[in-house]
Design a protein around this ligand. Structure first.
Ligand code: SF4
Length: 296
């Protein structure tokens, strides 16, 4: 689906600047994601007043006041419902939801499931540092089994949730993976995700030098490669799933899978079909002062 806005105006990184200084730890992957997100929006010529950025709770969520644009910051694990609701109210506005691996694959996992199966027309950026960074390094569902973390000094006893296999089991229409240290590639991935017709899942592997001492920036730099270098066919779901799941050697990044043939949730809503206006435009004011007198 084409982006509905075409400002034809000049947009620069300054338009997405904030006076609030970043407080992330030195070397945090959030800096790379923050930069790539702004670059993608600028390159797409999307003005800050033409985008909605929704943030979950977590270190990534501290980006909410360090970037321009309309922003909303919700409860832990709940970013997808309010992002999807905003999109349905005004489908002309591109909506990006941002969450961490801690919230998204634990208390927020049900929302993620229904976002994928419903094909909500939003982008979801997963800040994947394989731990709860904001609360000082507890294990998330994506922390490798056996890994020692702050609240599990003897190592994590549970199996690690196979996140990519899980996502593919839900029949997604867009799956990408990127590395926060490769800003040019992440920028391109985000541009394609925002332009996608339905739910775009973007797994961003990011360094957390304070609490993740097993998948460091250097480790990810060494392991990640771009599927564009192997002429990967992003329409082949079986190959995409195999590439996404197998991280035993190198880690495949880039657009792993995309299917533009599946209508989005909004397109499937029968009451919306054939309408030019959005629900937001159809809101009318009603005088309820007579009813309110009963409470005076
Ligand atoms: Fe980044 Fe980790 Fe520090 Fe949070 S704790 S700001 S994720 S390095």
């Amino acid at each position: 689906m084409a982006i509905p806005f075409d400002s034809n105006g000049i947009v620069s990184m300054k338009d997405y600047a904030s006076e609030v200084q970043c407080t992330w730890c030195d070397g945090c992957g959030n800096y790379g994601i923050w930069t790539a997100l702004r670059s993608a929006l600028v390159e797409m010529k999307i003005q800050p007043w033409e985008i909605l950025l929704c943030y979950d709770v977590g270190c990534h969520g501290n980006m909410a006041d360090k970037i321009g644009g309309y922003r909303a910051h919700g409860l832990h694990g709940r970013v997808i419902p309010f992002a999807a609701g905003a999109k349905i109210a005004n489908p002309k506005v591109p909506v990006i939801a941002v969450g961490g691996d801690g919230a998204s694959f634990s208390e927020g996992v049900s929302h993620l499931v229904h976002a994928v199966r419903s094909n909500y027309p939003i982008t979801f950026i997963l800040h994947n540092n394989a731990n709860f960074g904001l609360t000082t390094g507890q294990a998330s569902a994506l922390t490798p089994r056996g890994q020692k973390m702050n609240t599990s000094p003897n190592g994590i006893p549970e199996r690690t949730l196979p996140s990519m296999d899980f996502i593919f089991s839900l029949e997604p229409t867009f799956v990408a993976r990127a590395f926060s240290g490769n800003i040019p590639q992440l920028t391109e991935v985000l541009k394609k995700a925002v332009a996608h017709r339905g739910f775009a899942f973007v797994d961003v592997l990011q360094a957390c030098p304070s609490y993740n001492h097993f998948a460091t920036h250097e480790y990810l730099l060494e392991k990640c490669y771009d599927v564009a270098t192997i002429n990967h066919d992003a329409k082949d779901v079986a190959k995409a799933r195999a590439l996404a799941v197998d991280t035993s050697g190198k880690i495949a990044t880039g657009i792993l899978y995309q299917n533009e043939d599946v209508p989005s949730f909004y397109e499937e809503l029968k009451p919306r079909q054939g309408r030019e206006t959005t629900p937001a435009e159809e809101v009318r004011l009603y005088d309820v002062s007579e009813y309110m007198k009963a409470f005076i």
